[in-house]
Design a protein. Structure first.
Length: 333
């Protein structure tokens, strides 16, 4: 996916590594839409088949942008551009110029005309991520676009026709934003025609191995390494963690393993040593230290398997390592 460059304000690029595109992005989207999220798969497929606005909601890191790109890739607009924009990353003073464009001389420093990201997506799809951060004045412009299929660039005396599908993504409750007066109610109703609600990763734990495989391939290609092999103990740990950062956090952990681990086999010991503060327990409480995360994993393995030998096997370490960890635990543990 190419970044969008504007003459005045530089480059806006999607937040994605060079390796995460094409087939892998589609596979990740299909994985996000499987399991418990299969309840929304039919809605997603229907959303791809029509050309109305689409609202994608979910916690930060669940894959809203990937799913939006999947919808675009399976829509009648797939031959056109897919332009993602993070509304929260653009200053309020520049958002209208960036999105809707401006005429030459429209404001101080506007030495050249700029068509804007909206018209850069002509014939395709514009994704407005963090739509709740859009200023109220810009929301009014967006509402006009949705209702009239036209937009008025800054400094233009007349509106211009635009042929773009709008997908918006939100990690906050827009209904609450409407109640607080931070989001226009009429715009909310205009956007909320088709809604895709993506569950957090902690509710789709069975999909973690498939996602790990996708990210493992990605970073093996990116760093020109062989793919890592995760033993059962490591995979059990990955599936037991809470993942407050969702799919994005899981992807970061896999990349960290590729960068920091010298061997190809990843055990629970490697994971606990490298993952650090990503190791949250199933209740959502982030451990105070790596030692605490390790002990929680040991205690869970002992409770599940009943003996140190079997617990060590499940964790992917020698039983002497488990004995050492147990000897280091606080008396109250």
């Amino acid at each position: 996916m190419r970044p969008i460059t504007t003459p005045e304000h530089g480059t806006i690029a999607p937040e994605r590594s060079p390796g995460f595109n094409g087939t892998r992005a589609k596979r990740a989207a299909q994985t996000v839409l499987s399991g418990p999220a299969a309840l929304v798969r039919d809605v997603t497929q229907r959303a791809a088949a029509v050309d109305c606005p689409l609202l994608v909601v979910g916690e930060t890191g669940v894959g809203k942008g990937v799913v939006a790109e999947w919808v675009h890739a399976h829509s009648a607009r797939r031959a056109g551009p897919f332009v993602p924009v993070n509304c929260g990353a653009i200053p309020d003073s520049l958002i209208d110029s960036q999105l809707f464009g401006h005429a030459r001389g429209a404001f101080s420093g506007a030495d050249k005309a700029h068509k804007g990201l909206l018209r850069a997506a002509e014939g395709g799809t514009l994704l407005l991520d963090e739509i709740g951060a859009l200023p109220l004045a810009s929301q009014a412009r967006l509402l006009r676009l949705l209702e009239e299929r036209e937009a008025q660039p800054v400094g233009f005396s007349r509106p211009v026709c635009v042929n773009v599908r709008i997908i918006v993504a939100a990690n906050q409750d827009l209904r609450e934003a409407v109640r607080r007066g931070n989001f226009r109610e009429d715009l909310y109703f205009r956007l909320d025609i088709v809604r895709i609600e993506l569950p957090p990763l902690r509710e789709c734990r069975q999909e973690i191995p498939a996602l790990v495989e996708i990210f493992n391939e990605e970073f093996a290609d990116l760093y020109r390494q062989v793919e890592l092999e995760f033993d059962s103990g490591a995979m059990n740990l990955l599936q037991s963690w809470h993942w407050p950062g969702n799919v994005r956090e899981l992807r970061t952990v896999v990349e960290r393993l590729h960068v920091l681990c010298s061997g190809e086999l990843i055990t629970a010991s490697h994971l606990l040593s490298v993952a650090g503060q990503s190791a949250a327990d199933p209740t959502g409480r982030v451990p105070k230290s790596l030692d605490e995360a390790r002990m929680e994993a040991v205690n869970q393995a002992l409770a599940t398997h009943g003996s140190i030998a079997r617990a060590a096997s499940a964790l992917g370490v020698h039983r002497s390592t488990v004995y050492r960890w147990l000897s280091q635990r606080p008396l109250s543990a």
